[in-house]
Design a protein around this ligand. Structure first.
Ligand code: SAM
Length: 253
């Protein structure tokens, strides 16, 4: 279920829709048919993920306002488990390869803390949402230049690009946050997770990705897991950092 169409609304920028469709190999449609359930919609707010069978509002990647804007202003700083997991110290901001970028939330937090982050996302529709969020974010007066300098996107399966990325940045920290069964109950999480899971599926090759990282001799690999989950692929980490509901397993070379 990775290939979903882009619906162009009358308010949409047609040229932008065409460029986006071409870049991510998505089809453009002018109206919805009964066969379409998940789709992307380009409207005046940007590109959003929608579902015809539910009446939810579109899900956008919004680095400026919303939850991420709040997290940038009020978020936990360098002491938060994510920052400690990637190894942020007083004047040390590692280069991070976010190998499972998703909606870019963790990558954005790391960029705001000072890291350069290379996001990699393989699902075309998710990569398109990220690219749109980045483009709008880069136009923002307050955070635009920071985003332009620190947050990059590659649309590819990480397995294909990781060897080359590590040649360019041998000291990079590899960050993995593959899909896992979610138990959180909030309506917002449920809605987003449901749409997201339907689109992305289960990342069944996540343990292989970790194996590849270890084989390639990644300097530091961080795997985000729910507190209740086994280590990915049952590969014992060097150490773990516990958050409230999340655990970061660290594989140190
Ligand atoms: C749970 S989400 C990540 C959420 C993200 N950390 C965030 O903060 O928004 C997992 C994402 O990783 C992507 N992904 C999983 N395996 C991948 C791979 N081998 N290469 C590229 N993307 C991958 C999936 O398509 C999905 O979008």
């Amino acid at each position: 279920m990775n290939n979903i169409p882009i619906l162009i609304t009358p308010a949409a920028d047609r040229a932008l829709a065409e460029v986006t469709a071409q870049r991510f190999q998505l089809t453009l449609i002018e109206q919805l048919s009964s066969e379409v359930d998940l789709y992307l919609q380009l409207d005046e707010q940007g590109l959003g993920l929608c579902q015809q069978s539910s009446k939810f509002k579109p899900v956008y990647v919004d680095f400026v306002g919303g939850r991420l804007g709040f997290r940038r202003q009020r978020g936990g700083g360098r002491q938060q488990p994510l920052a400690r997991a990637v190894g942020i110290k007083s004047k040390q901001f590692p280069y991070v390869i976010d190998a499972t970028a998703g909606l870019g939330r963790d990558a954005f937090v790391l960029a705001c803390l000072g890291c350069q982050v290379q996001m990699v996302e393989r699902v075309p529709a998710i990569a398109a949402l990220l690219a749109d969020g980045l483009q709008r974010g880069q136009a923002d007066a307050e955070i635009g230049s920071m985003l332009g300098e620190r947050l990059q996107l590659l649309h590819a399966p990480t397995q294909q690009v990781l060897p080359e990325l590590l040649v360019q940045q041998p000291k990079a920290v590899l960050y993995l946050d593959p899909m896992y069964p979610h138990r959180q109950k909030s309506a917002l999480v449920k809605k987003e997770m449901r749409l997201f899971r339907q689109l992305v599926g289960d990342d069944v090759d996540a343990a292989e990705l970790l194996q590849l990282a270890l084989q390639l001799g990644c300097h530091r690999t961080v795997v985000k897991r729910p507190n209740y989950a086994e280590p990915l692929g049952e590969i014992a980490p060097s150490m773990s950092i516990e958050g409230e509901t999340t655990r970061y397993d660290l594989y140190l070379r």
